[in-house]
Design a protein around this ligand. Structure first.
Ligand code: ATP
Length: 452
């Protein structure tokens, strides 16, 4: 059932131009995906809402846009060069490679292969360590390589700029630095669509506090981020949960960590092993002073602040680290509905209007009547600077409605022959499918009122 829903959603995303396979005409590239026209729009809206919420609406957080390629020493300090490792094992039957920690264990050294269903014996096929970082050569010649790394998280760009930001913004603790950007990990995946990619995007905040205020801040961030998914992304509460890491699961640097999980449509064979669909959407960690301390030691730069007594200390950091792609995936899964309307299947993407690629679609009822087309185009051109709109006259009205329902457009406006006489148009709501006649100059007002 879950696999069925996942397959439907993947096919929907491709069919409607939300997500395509990377380099597809050359056979694709494993775990690399491209966002199509509608996907790019929806993804941008997610990022814009996050940026507005945390950078523009708060005076204790500033934004940053740091480089993807970073000096090797950044990752010596952060521990990624040594410790960012997955234990991988090959299935001798189907020759596919998997992360040991994601496999279903069936005996002391035995695991089930999620691809062919055969047995993987870790005595015969020894697990090997793989560093997840992607390396690039910055040198002009191959014989004298100068390696640098594509960041595996945006966070390191924030830590290495901590002093720059402090010195240029004169912020006082507590304050945060927020960043949205690409990150790269050489992941091994098993058909989890955009849940686990080699190139993905993160929205991260490093929130620096006094050590005595860290525990309180950590709690607030968990509440804040949970509400963000419910109130701003429209995710249903029943599909969202918090999971605190047990002490043996905690990364060595973390004092506490809570995952915000979404019930993705994975089967037991999927991402989260036997746990079914619940998988990480975001991690919120209390990282203590680990990061700034490590970077202070390796860079030999003083990354401390003064307390009230004039003593130096290294700030603690709370890190709400979210994935743009996983948020996108969760939004689509949560909103994708199939309904029966008058004996026919209606696919409708019930996303929050603020996330929909288009807010309004405008159609002429009769595309062979130039006056009707002209009025519809005029409404479109009057409204498009203010509201995200699209004009479409490439099919019959029923089909045009269905197309917009599928991509989540909350309102459709239709211009007909009557409109030429009474200046009224039909406006239709996506979820209720109810239609109303309103003056064409009242469309913007109507939508603003409906959207509150
Ligand atoms: P997982 O346990 O699923 O591998 P993680 O704990 O390694 O995730 P973090 O390092 O905490 O993930 O990264 C923060 C967020 O970045 C994750 O919650 C997720 O939303 C996103 N993310 C991490 N890795 C990937 C990936 N390979 N593809 C897409 N998003 C990712």
């Amino acid at each position: 059932m879950q696999d069925d829903r996942l397959a439907k959603i993947v096919s929907f995303c491709r069919r409607r131009g939300f997500v395509f396979g990377g380099s597809e005409i050359y056979g694709g590239l494993s775990s690399i995906w491209d966002y199509g026209p509608l996907g790019a729009s929806l993804k941008k809206r997610i990022k814009d809402i996050w940026w507005k919420e945390y950078v523009e609406k708060r005076d204790d957080i500033v934004g940053l846009d740091s480089a993807i390629i970073m000096n090797e020493n950044v990752f010596v300090a952060s521990g990624h060069l040594k410790g960012f490792i997955d234990l991988l094992v090959d299935c001798l039957g189907c020759k596919k490679r998997f992360r040991v920690d994601k496999l279903e264990q069936t005996g002391t050294s035995l695991y089930r292969c999620p691809a062919c269903g055969g047995e993987i014996d870790t005595i015969r096929s020894k697990p090997r360590k793989f560093n997840l970082m992607l390396r690039t050569n910055m040198s002009a010649t191959e014989d004298d390589p100068q390696y640098a790394y594509l960041r595996p998280e945006t966070a390191q760009g924030i830590f290495v700029n901590f002093l720059n930001v402090l010195n240029t913004t004169h912020k006082k603790l507590p304050f945060g630095i927020a960043q949205i950007g690409k990150a790269y990990r050489n992941e091994v995946t098993t058909g989890s669509f955009i849940f686990r990619m080699k190139e993905f995007e993160q929205m991260e905040i490093e929130y620096f506090t006094k050590p005595s205020e860290a525990a309180d801040s950590y709690k607030k961030w968990i509440e804040d981020r949970y509400s963000f998914y419910v109130d701003k992304m429209g995710i249903k509460k029943e599909n969202l949960r918090l999971r605190e890491h047990s002490s043996d699961e905690l990364a060595h640097y973390a004092r506490n960590c809570t995952d915000l999980e979404y019930n993705f449509p994975f089967s037991a064979k999927g991402e989260s092993g036997s746990a079914g669909g619940w998988s990480e959407l975001e991690g919120i960690a209390d990282r203590g002073d680990y990061d700034l301390k490590c970077h202070s030691e390796v860079s030999k730069k003083d990354l401390s602040c003064f307390n009230e007594k004039g003593e130096r200390f290294i700030p603690y950091v709370i890190e709400p680290s979210a994935g743009v792609d996983r948020t996108f995936f969760a939004v689509i899964c949560d909103a994708y509905c199939e309904e029966e309307v008058r004996g026919r299947l209606r696919v409708v993407l019930k996303v929050k209007p603020a996330l929909a690629p288009y807010t309004i679609a405008i159609f002429p009822l009769l595309k062979n009547r130039p006056e009707v087309v002209k009025l519809a185009k005029k409404i479109f051109s009057d409204i498009k600077d203010e509201v995200n709109s699209v004009y479409d006259d490439t099919a019959a009205i029923g089909k045009l409605y269905r197309r917009q329902d599928e991509i989540g457009t909350p309102f459709c406006v239709t211009v007909d022959l009557e409109s030429l006489k009474d200046n009224n148009v039909t406006i239709r709501e996506r979820d209720t499918m109810q239609q109303e006649r309103i003056g064409f100059d009242k469309v913007q007002e109507y939508i603003k009122e409906k959207l509150g």
